[in-house]
Design a binder for this molecule. Sequence first.
Ligand code: C2E
Ligand code: MG
Ligand code: MG
Ligand code: MG
Length: 285
Amino acid sequence: RAKSAGSNQYRFYASDMNIRGHELLKMEADLRYALEHEQFILHYQPQVDLSNGRIVGVEGLIRWQHPVRGLVSPADFIPLLENSSLIIPVGEWVLREACRLHRTWRESGFDGVRLSVNVSAVQFNDGELLDKVRRALQEEEMPQQALELEITENILMQDPVKATEILQSIHALGVRVAIDDFGTGYSSLAYLKRFPLDALKIDQAFVRDIINSASDAVIVEASISLAHKLGLEVVGEGVETVEQFEFLRLQKCNLAQGYHLGRPIPELQLSQWLAKKRQQHRTSS
Ligand code: C2E
Ligand code: MG
Ligand code: MG
Ligand code: MG
């Protein structure tokens, strides 16, 4: 009896798994189709210099233009891409797409705007990341220091020794590296000092309440000062209000990113915006 109960349980479990398995397979097939049929797009969000208001960079953020579901946000499909290893070709596409856009900017006379892309754990640990970055830079004739890779601290802490090697080789290429979502993961200060990094992005969870929460304000202040002591540039993420912007500016945070400065927007809109900004700077100087 115990045996049959056991096997019933197993059957129930298995059929449950089957349903989920089918859904996952369907989603994966849809994502593969999306890649092949160019349903992914990047939106771009500006990063602004807090000392002079200028746009110094933009972050590329992926979206899925689903024929039925509309614009799907990355939180809903990045985990699936990671589980299926599809993140490797999609990540390569993101890199290419960002470098291609940067080329169009250079061709129309914009210099000095950096492009950041997010790199997931699977990509970071893929032995071919470096080759892919090198190739994208070469083929789009991208200045190395105009490209920045955003990596979360958890990815680096999984295997800090190996991560250090990978970071060193990225650095040797001349490409920038930023720690994304700083403060939400685990990082060791000893490693932060040893990793070759360029920037630290303070997670929006801390920026959100800097005005009303004394402890979040202290965390943000300490992160800024830590970053500066390590020679890193600091970016405040998720800046939604002028008060948050002013707080970060007074604390000598270098850059700000958030809805207050601009939401992620499609390429065409961004290029038009940059052209307008350039015009304003010309007429005012
Ligand atoms: P992230 O890299 O930390 O990107 C910042 C996220 O915060 C973006 O969400 C952005 O739209 C959102 N955000 C920006 N300013 C504000 C603000 O003022 N308030 C609030 N509430 N949110 C703000 P998004 O575009 O949905 O992306 C979510 C995450 O998905 C990203 O977090 C990143 O981890 C991942 N992701 C996005 N694109 C890619 C990609 O191309 N490759 C990989 N591997 N991951 C990506
Ligand atoms: Mg990011
Ligand atoms: Mg972030
Ligand atoms: Mg994030």
